[in-house]
Design a protein around this ligand. Structure first.
Ligand SMILES: [Zn+2]
Ligand SMILES: [Zn+2]
Length: 75
């Protein structure tokens, strides 16, 4: 299980809403499959829906070129 460092989602009960950086689709942690660049998630909000991660950017971060990781849950 992947645990984002330093983020315990205080104030939230698991429903954390993110937006796909490419198509702006709303993504919910724990409900949607979300891909994230571990380097750019904080600086660029580099979160992506599965369709864009696979088809648009081919699992590579468009900002730094790193391989995207699956973001499963914050809890
Ligand atoms: Zn998308
Ligand atoms: Zn990146």
């Amino acid at each position: 299980m992947i645990k984002p460092r330093g983020c315990n989602a205080s104030g939230h009960k698991g429903w954390v809403e993110l937006k796909c950086r490419i198509c702006a689709k709303k993504l919910y942690i724990g409900d949607d499959i979300i891909y994230v660049c571990p380097k750019c998630s904080r600086t660029q909000d580099a979160y992506f829906c599965i369709a864009d991660a696979k088809k648009t950017i081919h699992m590579k971060c468009p900002y730094c070129g790193s391989e995207l990781k699956l973001l499963l849950t914050l809890t």
